[in-house]
Design a protein around this ligand. Sequence first.
Ligand SMILES: [Zn+2]
Length: 269
Amino acid sequence: MNKSKKTAFRDNILLGELTWPEAEQRFAEMDVALLPVGAIEQHGPHLPLDTDAFDADYLARAVAEKCSSPKPLVLPLIPYGVSYHHDEFSGTISVNNETLSRFVYEIGMSAAKNGIKKLLIINGHGGNGPTLNFAAQMINRDAHIFVGVDSGETSDVDIDGMCETPNDVHAGEIETSTSLVLRPHLVKMEKAHKSVPDFSIRYLNFSSKRGISWYAYTHRLSTTGVMGDPTKADAAKGEKMWEIMIKHLVNLVEDLKGMTLEEIHQLRY
Ligand SMILES: [Zn+2]
């Protein structure tokens, strides 16, 4: 069997599939790496537990594949995340904030030793945000490389505009639509029910541009674990959402690829 056919098709984007001499060559031509981070946690009665992990990995690979050559490297997925707030629902496997930030920090420091100068963390789970930002700061402090975290910021404004449901933050219209595209066989639409949180204080509203960051156990907000309206989901909408997410991250990576660290910090338009 000609194994090289598959990796040639993928332009050697997956670090885990390379040999060390191939990796050495890739690090010499490419200093951008993507690190997908997910979660294993309840996603309502209708979506699989690994939704965030699968989606982050898919997004990182799709972005790398869509980039021009030489393409960025995709580091192996970190599937577990900070999900204590879903603990009351079976199947949620969570790690501590300290553990995840330390783990990401050490991966980032090691990637920097290999020659990575720009590390983009592709975060599939909002609950990981503060922890990954903390890790990114520590990697920047100690390795002096560029580290960015995208938890959806590059496309949220567009995706929210396409979504009919306010506060659609978990296993709702958005995540169910995107899952219908990638793994329709794992989406149990007959079990999907609407559960939209409504907050008494407008500054606590998840969709509000004036909303503050705050943290809550999901079971206090929703009995099914859903926060949003999965009944509004459809694959066509999901397809568009993926397209938008991929497009913006490709733009970001292409910009990063063409710049030295000096230029990222100094270039003015
Ligand atoms: Zn999710």
